[in-house]
Design a protein around this ligand. Structure first.
Ligand code: BT5
Length: 262
């Protein structure tokens, strides 16, 4: 039987953490619809930057485009982080990179294995999804009023053969072959996040993201809305967009979509 986290355990784990604004204002709930919804509401209610919403279970966890994020209690880490960055709206994906890199480093420390990035928003172990990231934002003019970045990390799930995500999903536990301490992952992630957030405007962030990105150098088919484009994934720019070279030699800049290796 999976051990459920309590609010006190979460607060104790984060007390005295040296992670800048992250982990200072923490909202923990056993069960929510979606941590992103709570964080969005807090953003509108003037909650401070760095506010962290964490839940043991989501009944309406979501991915992009209304997809479902499977969020069982006791085994995963589901959280949303509030940012108030002074960057242009077109740079929102840089927050995905900061959170994704921090999570990747935390997962590597906790589970002792390489974590890859699949463009645009997945963390993977050996081609299987271990975490997904969902940014949502609001604008004032062309600037960002706030950005909420939700991330779900599969820590101790077991996706056995009958599971509908078998073959595409994995967890840190399945990778490492042992149970992983969720609060250790959380602490590490916030420490790394403070470091990456300081780099939000520099070169290092997207270079580190690109260095982990297994989509680069592959021939991919990308579905973006009604469009289906195919080509060589040549590079990532500082906004996290993917440069795709088509068979006609022309380059296209892709902001989002589903990438399949062909
Ligand atoms: C994502 O969407 O990968 C973003 C997931 C974000 C989840 C976090 S949890 C905290 C916060 N609160 C929320 O409500 N959401 C965020 P996308 O790229 O659209 O991938 C969704 C697809 O991944 C689904 O359609 C499934 O195929 C698959 N999937 C669902 N649950 C999964 C899981 N636990 N592990 C791996 N794959 C999963």
């Amino acid at each position: 039987m999976a051990q459920l986290l309590t609010e006190r355990q979460v607060w104790n784990a984060l007390a005295g953490l040296d992670a800048g604004v992250f982990g200072k204002n923490v909202v923990f709930q056993q069960q929510v619809g979606s941590t992103n919804d709570i964080a969005r509401q807090l953003a509108e209610d003037h909650a401070p930057e760095g506010t962290l919403v964490i839940a043991e279970e989501q009944t309406a966890g979501r991915g992009r485009l209304g997809r479902t994020w499977e969020s069982p209690p006791g085994v995963s880490l589901m959280q949303s982080i509030l940012f108030r960055p002074d960057i242009e709206a077109g740079q929102t994906h840089r927050l995905v990179m900061a959170v994704g890199l921090a999570a990747a480093e935390a997962c590597e420390t906790a589970a002792g294995m390489r974590i890859d990035v699949k463009w645009p928003n997945d963390l993977q172990i050996n081609g299987r999804k271990v975490a997904g990231i969902l940014p949502e934002s609001a604008l004032v003019g062309d600037r960002l009023a706030w950005v909420v970045v939700g991330i779900g990390i599969n820590v101790n799930q077991q996706f056995d053969a009958e599971h509908q995500l078998a073959g595409t999903a994995t967890s840190l536990r399945m990778g490492a072959g042992r149970e992983i301490d969720r609060l250790e992952v959380l602490r590490e992630m916030l420490i790394w996040l403070a470091a990456w957030y300081r780099q939000i405007e520099g070169e290092d962030l997207h270079l580190a993201w690109a260095e982990r990105c297994i989509t680069l150098g592959q021939r991919v088919r990308i579905r973006a809305g009604d469009r289906l484009v195919e080509g060589l994934a040549e590079g990532l720019d500082s906004a996290g967009a993917l440069w795709l070279r088509g068979d006609n030699g022309q380059r296209q800049r892709m902001f989002a979509g589903e990438a399949t290796v062909v």
